[in-house]
Design a protein around this ligand. Structure first.
Ligand SMILES: [Zn+2]
Length: 461
C-alpha cells in the first residue's frame, strides 16, 4: 500500500466530501439490506443485483443521482469484498460507516491500458480474440516532490510524493482510495510493495518485542518506536480536559477534541513510519528474520468482564493494552513479511525470555528484573530482552517445554504447582486471580497461565 497526503483546493474538498457522503450512504444501504436477512428468506442481493438497484435508486433520488455513479458503485464493490472476506480479514461482518469517522471513497482508474500475461504476451478475449483493456489510475508527476491524480468531478488533485525512489507512484494501480481523517486527505494506491532482495550473507536475526524496548535484536541492538513526547502528551490531556468541560454540542468541544485527535494521528504516523523504515532495514540486512509468535489480539483483550462478573483492575489492563498497541508489533511483523517474503519465521514464544541463551537452562529466578538476566546455572549475564531475542534467533520450534523431572536443559523446581513465569514487579501488578498473588509484568504480555484462572491442582505441563 502506498499512501500519500493529498492537498485539494477548497472546491475540490467540497466535491470530495460529497463523494464521501454518497459512498457512505450506499455502503450503509448495503449493510441494512444484508442485516434484514433471516433463515428461510431469499438470499440477499449480490454485487450485480445491487448495482442494478443502485441505478434505479439514482433515478428516483435526486441527491444520489447528482453524485458520481462510479464512486457509488465502488462503494458496493468494497462492500462485496468486505462481505466475502468477513471470515478471513479479522474485521468480521461489514458494519455501519459513520459521518466524520469513516470518511472515504474508492476511485477506479479511468485510463484504459492493454493487459498482459505474466510472460509478456498480450491478454486476448477468449471469444473475440481482441486485446483485453484494463483500468489504470491517471497519475501525472508534476516534479520531484509533487504529483497529481484525476478524481471524478474534481479534475486534477495534487498530492505530495513522500516516498522517494522507484515505486513512489505505482503505475499499475487500478484503483485507489481517498480518505479523510483528522482534517487530512490521503490517497492510498492498492499495490503490493516490491520485495527487498536478501543480502545473501546467511545472517539470522531474532527479534523480541516488548513494551520498554519495542524490538530487541539478537545482535544487541535495541530499537524503539517513537511515541508522543512528554510535552505532546500533556497537550493531549489538556485538550481532552477542555473538551470534557466544554458545554455540550458546542463548537469549543468539537475543536478541542479535534486538536487531541490531531496529536494522536501524529503518533500513529510516527509509528507507521518507524515500522516501514525498520522493516525495510531488516529485510535489507538479514537473510532470515525470526519473530516470536505473539497473539496480540488475545493479549490486548479487555479485563472488563461481564455485568454479572465484572473484572478487576480494568483501568490498569487498559493502560497495558494501550502500551502494547502503541508499539506497532503487528505492523512491524506484517510489513517485514511483505518486504521479505519467505524469509520471516515465527518462533513459539513460551520460555524465550526465561531460557538462558548460553546453556539452555530455564529458570524464572534467572530473570532478576525487567532488564537484567543472570543465569542461575552458568552465571551468564545479559540484557533480558537481548537474551530473549538470541533465543528467538536460535528458533525454538524443536525444543520441548520444561518438565518437572530434570532432564536435558533443566527445569525450575515446581513451586505451588505454578508453571514457570517471569518475575513480576509488585508495584505495577495486575491481579487476575482471586486471593492469589499473581502479578502481571507491565513490560510483558500476560501469559495464558495468569489470564485464565486455572484450578490450583493443575499440574504444570
Ligand atoms: Zn546459563
Amino acid at each position: 500500500m502506498a499512501r500519500f497526503r493529498m492537498y485539494p483546493t477548497s472546491e475540490q474538498e467540497q466535491r470530495m466530501l460529497l463523494h464521501c457522503a454518497h459512498a457512505r450512504y450506499v455502503w450503509n444501504l448495503a449493510v441494512e439490506q444484508h442485516a434484514h436477512w433471516r433463515l428461510g428468506r431469499r438470499p440477499t442481493p449480490g454485487f450485480v443485483e445491487q448495482c442494478r438497484q443502485l441505478t434505479e435508486a439514482r433515478r428516483e433520488n435526486e441527491w444520489l443521482g447528482a453524485g458520481n455513479a462510479d464512486v457509488q458503485q465502488q462503494a458496493l464493490r468494497d462492500f462485496a469484498k468486505a462481505k466475502s472476506a468477513r471470515f478471513t480479514s479479522g474485521f468480521g461482518e461489514p458494519t455501519w460507516r459513520k459521518k466524520f469517522k469513516h470518511e472515504g471513497f474508492r476511485v477506479i482508474g479511468t485510463d484504459r491500458v492493454p493487459e498482459y500475461h505474466a510472460d509478456g504476451t498480450p491478454k486476448l478475449n477468449a471469444k473475440t480474440g481482441e486485446q483485453v483493456m484494463g483500468r489504470a489510475v491517471v497519475v501525472d508527476q508534476v516534479n520531484r516532490r509533487w504529483a497529481r491524480v484525476k478524481v471524478p468531478g474534481c479534475g486534477w488533485v495534487r498530492f505530495r510524493l513522500s516516498a522517494r525512489g522507484k515505486g513512489a507512484v505505482p503505475p499499475d494501480a487500478k484503483t485507489f482510495r481517498i480518505t479523510l481523517k483528522n482534517g487530512q486527505w490521503h490517497a492510498a494506491f492498492a499495490v503490493i510493495p516490491d520485495s527487498v532482495d536478501a543480502p545473501g550473507t546467511g545472517g539470522v536475526i531474532g527479534i523480541d518485542r516488548g513494551v520498554t524496548i519495542t524490538a530487541a535484536l539478537s545482535d544487541g541492538r535495541k530499537l524503539n518506536c517513537p511515541q508522543l513526547t512528554v510535552r505532546e502528551r500533556a497537550q493531549v490531556r489538556k485538550h481532552q480536559r477542555r473538551a470534557a468541560r466544554a458545554p455540550k454540542d458546542s463548537s469549543l468541544k468539537t475543536a478541542a477534541y479535534a486538536k487531541a485527535a490531531k496529536l494522536k494521528a501524529r503518533e500513529a504516523n510516527r509509528r507507521k513510519d518507524w515500522c516501514e523504515k525498520t522493516s525495510t532495514m531488516l529485510a535489507r540486512t538479514c537473510d532470515v528474520i525470526r519473530f516470536e509468535k505473539l497473539n496480540i489480539k488475545t493479549m490486548t483483550r479487555s479485563a472488563k468482564g461481564t455485568l454479572e462478573e465484572p473484572g478487576r483492575r480494568v483501568a490498569q489492563k487498559r493502560g497495558l493494552n494501550r502500551a502494547i498497541l502503541a508499539q506497532g508489533w503487528g505492523l512491524l511483523r506484517q510489513r517485514t513479511g511483505h518486504k521479505a517474503p519467505g524469509r520471516v519465521e515465527d518462533v513459539p514464544a513460551p520460555y524465550t525470555s526465561l531460557r538462558c541463551s548460553a546453556c539452555g537452562w530455564i529458570d524464572k529466578n534467572s530473570r532478576k528484573s525487567q532488564a537484567e538476566f543472570v543465569c542461575s546455572s552458568c552465571g551468564f549475564t545479559c540484557n533480558a530482552d537481548t537474551n530473549a531475542s538470541i533465543n528467538v534467533a536460535a528458533g525454538q520450534g524443536g525444543i520441548p517445554r520444561p518438565r518437572r523431572t530434570a532432564g536435558a536443559g533443566g527445569t525450575t523446581p515446581p513451586t505451588r504447582s505454578r508453571s514457570v513465569r517471569e518475575p513480576q514487579p509488585v508495584w505495577a501488578g495486575i491481579s487476575f486471580l482471586e486471593g492469589e498473588d499473581v502479578k502481571v509484568d507491565p513490560w510483558r504480555p500476560p501469559s495464558r497461565a495468569s489470564s485464565v484462572p486455572s484450578s490450583p491442582r493443575r499440574t504444570p505441563i
